[in-house]
Design a protein around this ligand. Structure first.
Ligand code: ZN
Length: 148
């Protein structure tokens, strides 16, 4: 018996991460007494996201989403919610800018650790149709923050 010592290539780790969030979305469900919410859809792919936020002063105390659609749209929203809890509004807006840069092919953003697991989407920037999927949750975040 041989022991497999090779680590899988980073690309397949990224794919696994995206699939994991798709199968087991984090922070999915309705948020009671949300301070802000937004509903966006992406007709070209059939994706939908409802995002709900609770704020404690300037800080995001809770985020949840409900949605359906492709694995990219749903897993991006799932990872986003994990990253947003406890952040200030300005930090959340900065993360949205960084992730949008990543989706537009910014190589610095691809190395930005503040994006955490969301760097798994760096290859998506090569597929303009899928970029809309990956950004759907983030666009909903920007809409929701405008209401607060
Ligand atoms: Zn999609």
């Amino acid at each position: 018996m041989t022991i497999e010592r090779d680590t899988p290539p980073i690309r397949s780790l990224y794919q696994q991460l995206i699939l994991d969030h798709c199968k087991h979305p984090r922070n999915k469900g309705a948020l009671e007494d949300a301070d802000a919410h937004a509903h966006l859809n992406n007709p070209t792919c059939g994706d939908e996201i409802w995002l709900m936020l609770k704020l404690d002063g300037d800080r995001i105390s809770a985020v949840k989403f409900v949605g359906e659609g492709c694995s990219i749209s749903q897993s991006s929203a799932s990872m986003m919610t994990q990253l947003l809890i406890g952040r200030t509004r300005a930090e959340a807006e900065e993360l949205a800018r960084r992730f949008t840069s990543l989706m537009h092919g910014d190589q610095d953003a691809a190395r930005d650790r503040t994006l955490g697991e969301l760097r798994a989407f760096s290859d998506v920037s090569k597929f303009p149709v899928r970029v809309k999927c990956a950004l759907l949750g983030w666009n909903a975040l920007e809409e929701a923050l405008k209401q607060t």
